[in-house]
Design a protein around this ligand. Structure first.
Ligand SMILES: [Zn+2]
Length: 98
């Protein structure tokens, strides 16, 4: 009798543990999705040429004053640096003061 109760108790704790694990995994997944959505780059095209990223080979990503900007090619990076404010506005961003 005692061992049967003990087994049942063990089973109960095990299922609680599994539930907690499931909740932890679910929470991590949900938080991960939200964080990813907030960080997602808004455009699938080059801010300079307007071409689809990846259509000219591997897209180039730079960090301009902390802002992530993606380009289709090297030439567009050069054009961006000639007039960053214009291209940043396409991302809905203003050029940072520093
Ligand atoms: Zn380009």
């Amino acid at each position: 009798m005692v061992s049967a109760a003990l087994t049942r108790l063990q089973f109960y704790f095990q299922s609680v543990k599994m539930q907690l694990l499931a909740i932890a995994v679910l929470t991590t997944t949900l938080v991960g999705v939200v964080v990813q959505a907030a960080d997602a780059y808004p455009l699938s095209t080059c801010v300079v040429s307007g071409k689809t990223l990846g259509s000219m080979g591997s897209p180039i990503t730079i960090l301009y004053k902390g802002i992530e900007v993606h380009f289709c090619c090297d030439g567009c990076v050069k054009k961006f640096h000639a007039d960053p404010a214009t291209y940043l506005s396409k991302l809905g961003k203003k050029e940072p003061l520093q």
